[in-house]
Write a protein that binds this ligand. Structure first.
Ligand code: SDX
Length: 456
């Protein structure tokens, strides 16, 4: 089968729109650019130059920040495609290494291409001995995501032979190194918390096998591989591999747009992913289920989630793009069931989660706001079943998402419209005013109340 070339990052101009400012009757013509699938976009790059006006879109709910050929999401249909392949089919037929190749290189690999790629990744899994000393600087109880931000950021001080972003060979090496080392770095954060020695990666293992044995091996005994757990973790990584311009990927793109060190850019992505509104939600879901406690309390918490004056939200529910089921949540739920059965675990939180899902999905508030379970709703059940504590859930998400961050980083260099990201704003502050000397400021003996200024 002839290999399909990567599509050029161009979008054809297919129309124009007219924008008119009614009180001045000024009018501007803006190009409409065609997507291969999904919404077309209005090209507003000339708008400020022509109109001296900005567009305003906090949270970028209607703004395309780039052109990309990596991942497509149809939120209304609950569809997720990696390079055109449906996530459900990749979860069923592919493996994480093949999915990494697909996201980075655009097509499913030939056997020899996959073998070469896996070989390359396998041979970069070790971390420098000096880097291991960074862990010692952390308290044993430090959150593993804090450790990962620090240690991955520190990689930028170790690999100067793969940071010249103008050298394609160095870009490839940096990407492969990051994908290879993320499981090692995350597993060591967990072993460090437990006061254990760091089990080295072993080249005889697959990516998911290596991750599991580095997480759970202890000096006195090796980790016993359970093929069903290996498959579940490999599938978990596939489901988390990429997701278009989400907050952490956009963070990596924005950091990388200044030409920053690739490892430092990935560290910025880890920092963004950590938030409970994003990748930190998987940890927050388990905390929420513990807070709800049992089925009797579900109605009370669903009411809290609907109360505008209550900050409580149903973690693992809702999504900026999906206004239907997150297809990953469906696969994750089936995988959670499978793992619990395989391990003979009756996790009451699974039943509680299923009951919560049913009640929420039949509640008018959630229906009218299109709030469905997202990827984070069931993932914690799987990770908990294999023995990980909740604070290791987001590091696992970060391992899966590293290839997505790097695929977007790689794509930026082939984008003809690539430039440093620099959004503007609607300024609503003070107009220009002259400095006032201290004695002329009209002293009052009113007590200083800084915290008033820190309220939301
Ligand atoms: C991920 O972007 C990605 O692709 C992310 C991700 C990826 O793979 O990278 O998919 C991974 O981050 C999944 C999302 C994990 N986060 C959570 O589960 C946290 C709980 N969810 C919410 O915080 C929220 O739904 C977000 C952050 C996910 C989405 O927020 P939006 O798009 O800004 O939507 P919103 O906050 O404006 O909510 C719209 C309405 C609001 O009510 P109104 O102001 O219209 O009256 O829905 C309500 C919200 O109050 N709402 C919720 C809710 N989520 C939204 N109400 C109760 N519980 C919730 N979970």
């Amino acid at each position: 089968m002839k290999r399909k070339k990567l599509p050029k990052l161009e979008s054809e101009i297919i129309d124009t729109v007219s924008l008119r400012r009614n009180n001045t009757q000024e009018e501007w013509q803006l190009d409409v650019r065609k997507a291969s699938i999904g919404p077309d976009s209005i090209d507003i790059r000339r708008l400020y130059g022509d109109s001296k006006m900005f567009t305003w879109d906090p949270g970028f709910t209607s703004t395309a920040s780039c052109t990309s050929a990596i991942t497509y999401i149809d939120g209304g249909a609950g569809q997720l495609l990696y390079r055109g392949y449906p996530i459900e089919q990749l979860a069923e037929h592919s493996d994480y290494m093949e999915t990494c190749y697909l996201l980075l290189y655009g097509n499913l690999p030939q056997p020899e291409e996959k073998e070469q790629f896996v070989d390359e990744i396998t041979n970069h899994t070790l971390i420098h001995g000096q880097l291991e000393t960074f862990y010692k600087g952390f308290m044993r109880g430090a959150h593993p995501m804090a450790i990962m931000v620090g240690v991955v950021g520190a990689l930028s001080a170790f690999y100067h032979d793969s940071t010249d972003i103008n050298d394609p060979e160095q870009r490839k090496l940096a990407a492969h190194r990051m994908i290879a080392k993320m499981p090692t770095i995350a597993a060591y954060a967990y072993q460090y918390a437990n006061g254990m020695a760091f089990p080295p990666p072993k080249n005889k293992f697959s990516y998911a096998e290596n991750l599991l044995q580095m997480l759970f091996s202890v000096q006195s005994e090796d980790y016993v591989m359970n093929p069903k757990i290996v498959k579940a973790i490999d599938r978990f990584l596939i489901l988390h591999a990429d997701h278009e311009q989400n907050a952490s990927t956009s963070t990596v793109r924005l950091a990388a747009s200044s030409g920053a060190n690739p490892f430092a850019c990935v560290a910025s992505g880890i920092a963004s992913l950590w938030g409970p509104a994003h990748g930190g939600a998987n940890e927050a879901v388990l905390k929420m289920l513990a807070q709800i406690g049992n089925k009797k309390n579900i109605a009370k918490y669903v009411a809290k989630a609907k109360d505008k004056n209550d900050p409580f939200r149903l973690m693992g529910f809702g999504h900026r793009v999906y206004k239907n089921f997150d297809p990953r949540a469906t696969v994750m739920r089936d995988s959670a069931y499978e793992i619990l059965e395989e391990l003979g675990i009756k996790d009451p939180r699974m039943e509680l989660a299923m009951e919560l899902e049913q009640i929420a999905l039949n509640d008018d508030y959630f229906k009218e706001k299109n709030l469905y379970p997202n990827v984070d709703f069931y993932s914690g059940i799987i990770l908990s079943a294999i023995g990980l504590p909740t604070n290791m859930f987001t590091p696992m998400f970060a391992i899966g998402r590293t290839v997505g961050w790097l695929a977007h980083w790689k794509e930026m260099f082939s984008d003809p419209d690539f430039k440093i990201g620099r959004p503007r704003q609607i300024y609503v502050g003070e107009p220009a005013r002259d400095y006032i000397q201290m004695n002329d400021r009209g002293h009052t003996n009113r007590p200083l109340r800084f915290n008033k200024f820190w309220q939301r």
